[in-house]
Design a protein around this ligand. Structure first.
Ligand code: LR7
Ligand code: MN
Length: 606
């Protein structure tokens, strides 16, 4: 009996000991935990943000980049700057050192200073969207919008707000605005954070807004998922309460008095969608480089689905009447524009099934024109934009959002001309990846929109349409060699026209046309015979290069004739197109030779 008792006693001792250990341990844990939670109460993230922001502000070099001049750093700082640009496509190291509210010079057409605007204009909701943009660049964009809208901004003092007829002083602003608000016409700035992952764009940015900017004027919408720029803008637009929506990329700097010209135009013509002249802010040194106020460009496009810049067509120069009058633009770049808010929704806002980047700009441009609106550049409004050489952010994995979005656009708005896009992207033709567009087609019907052909005939008559304004188009196959004219994917001015094995199917590099004007060309460039001065090559073996240069539409040097003999003769030189040395086409004395005979895929002249 002893044994069990002893055992029992022993067991009790062990148990007691164990309980003691556990109690001590848990007390210790409790103490530690207590300390931890006491620590959490002490740790204040706002204080951390404040500290960081003060450090940021201390970094700023007074006067750097002021007035929009190029900013330069030297030595190690220069190197760090270049490194940051390689990684982020913007010299962020430099941006961090330029004042957030640097000034710009007034680059507007001087005539803009004499324009008189209404004292009362509609209110603006400025919508800035961003995904992982450099923090200091975003802040500078916000400052620039705010400063340009301040009542005490010197140009407002000069602004004419005396009613010329009655002599009464009129209140500047928009109907319903609090008289004391220093921000004339600016109802709000809506920052849409498209689910950025950079920490400084979260708490620190919010703290900056709360402590250094008018917080009642600025809202930050934090999207729970990355939705791409189209849907990010939609989110901002849904939230907006101003009369006019003004969209900007979040790496912009607005010029003096950029807002009123846009608001005035939208007030007068609610169906006008307006864009400022977009100046270039250099990504490497923040130089504000100005487009000429007279010869600024407007928007065009390629059938590959890309936005391009084009000169203002001559007939438009006549129509608009003055250099500072609203100038019709066939397309817009997409990032910077203003639109009446009600009209934005009426017109179908955006195709919300467009993800990532790209395509929404041409979609909206064609929709505006085809459905009864106008798209205009307002020359007295200028905004700078940092152009980057690559996207510093990733796009949804393995998804060519530009291609897919453009296919969605083409399906709805381009009618048969969509084929010209599919020529570049045969893989997207009837591809289930592009999704359903029925609801957008219904929109087009509901709004009774016009055809793409109407758009080409009326809005963008200058656009060369490779299947329409031509005697013939397609592959130009040489009878002797069986090879075809080919751009050899050489881009840029004055690239030599090439000859290459014909592809089985028509491919963009072999898509050439003989236009009704007699140009031998592709979508953008025209063939010219290189002018060889004093080469003495007058004999039988003259052989000149054929170069693809910008079409001037004036025929001189760019006119070709397709002869009944199937030769292509350059009118000015009298020479004939010929397969030549290696991969380059040549212009040679016309003679009976298979090397000079060309068959065109689709031609009225074959
Ligand atoms: O997934 C994304 N989510 C976003 O919020 C991808 C981008 N974005 C934001 C981004 O942070 C930026 O603020 O969207 C904005 C535009 O993206 P950018 O700056 O990378 O585009 P971009 O300037 O290279 O491209 C032009 O074409 C785009 C086509 O989808 C958009 O319409 C851009 O707004 C447009 N930019 C301009 O029109 C400025 C003038 C440039 C030109 C020509
Ligand atoms: Mn941009």
């Amino acid at each position: 009996m002893n044994l069990p008792v002893r055992k029992c006693y022993h067991a009790a001792k062990v148990t007691f000991f164990l309980i003691l250990v556990v109690t001590i341990l848990s007390l210790f844990e409790h103490w530690r935990g207590g300390k931890r939670s006491a620590g959490a109460q002490l740790y204040d993230p706002e204080e951390e943000y404040e500290k960081e922001i003060l450090e940021d502000e201390a970094r700023i070099i007074t006067g750097l980049g002021e007035g929009g001049v190029a900013a330069h750093l030297i030595g190690e700082a220069k190197r760090l700057g270049e490194e940051s640009e390689k990684k982020l496509a913007i010299n962020v190291y430099l941006s961090d050192r330029i004042a957030y509210n640097r000034t710009l010079k007034d680059y507007r057409n001087p005539a803009c200073q004499r324009v008189v605007y209404d004292a009362e204009l509609p209110s603006a909701s400025v919508i800035l969207i961003f995904h992982n943009e450099p923090y200091s660049v975003v802040i500078r964009t916000i400052w620039s919008v705010l400063n340009s809208a301040r009542r005490d901004n010197p140009w407002y003092a000069k602004a004419n707000y005396i009613n010329r007829e009655t002599g009464d002083t009129m209140r500047l602003g928009y109907p319903g605005q609090d008289e004391k608000s220093p921000y004339v016409y600016l109802k709000e700035i809506i920052l849409v954070d498209d689910n950025s992952t950079l920490p400084e764009l979260k708490g620190k940015l919010s703290h900056y807004v709360r402590t250094r900017l008018p917080p009642d004027l600025i809202r930050i919408l934090r999207l729970p998922d990355r939705v791409g720029l189209t849907r990010a803008r939609l989110a901002g637009a849904r939230y907006a309460a101003g009369d006019v929506l003004v969209f900007l990329d979040s790496h912009c700097e607005a010029q003096i008095d950029w807002l009123r010209p846009l608001l005035q135009r939208v007030k007068d013509f609610p169906h006008a969608v307006v864009v400022p002249i977009i100046d270039v802010i250099e990504a490497s040194n923040f130089y504000y480089s100005v487009q000429d106020p007279v010869t600024f460009q407007v928007g065009g496009f390629t059938f590959m689905g890309h936005f391009t810049w084009i000169d203002v067509p001559e007939r438009e120069k006549k129509r608009r009447g003055s250099d500072i009058a609203p100038t019709w633009s066939p397309t817009m770049a997409g990032g910077l524009f203003a639109i009446n808010r009600a009209y934005y929704w009426e017109l179908g806002a955006y195709d919300e099934q467009m993800a990532g980047w790209g395509g929404e700009n041409l979609e909206m441009s064609f929709r505006i024109w085809q459905c009864g609106g106008t798209l205009e550049t307002i020359p007295c409004s200028r905004v700078g934009h940092v152009f980057r050489s690559f996207h510093p952010y990733g796009l949804p994995a393995h998804t060519d959002t530009h291609g897919i979005n453009t296919a969605r656009m083409a399906e709805v708005w381009m009618d048969d001309y969509a084929e010209l896009f599919y020529l570049h992207r045969p893989d997207l033709r009837k591809n289930p990846k592009i999704g359903d567009v029925t609801h957008r087609r219904i929109l087009r019907e509901k709004l009774k929109c016009k055809s793409f052909r109407w758009y080409l005939d009326n809005v963008y008559r200058e656009k060369f349409v490779p299947v329409r304004d031509v005697f013939g188009f397609g592959r130009f196959r040489n009878a002797g060699s069986g090879r075809c004219l080919d751009s050899l994917q050489r881009e840029g001015e004055a690239a030599a026209l090439g000859v290459y094995a014909c592809h089985a199917r028509l491919q963009p590099t072999q898509h050439f046309a003989l236009s009704l004007r007699g140009e031998l060309r592709d979508e953008e460039k025209c063939a010219e015979v290189q002018y060889a001065r004093n080469t003495g090559e007058m004999g039988e073996d003259v052989s000149r290069r054929v170069l693809m240069v910008t079409c001037h539409g004036k025929q001189r040097g760019q006119k070709w004739r397709y002869l009944p003999s199937r030769q292509l003769q350059h009118v000015d030189s009298g020479l004939c197109l010929s397969v030549g040395v290696g991969e380059e086409a040549r212009a040679r004395r016309c003679r009976r030779s298979a090397a000079q005979l060309w068959d065109i895929d689709y031609s009225e002249l074959n």
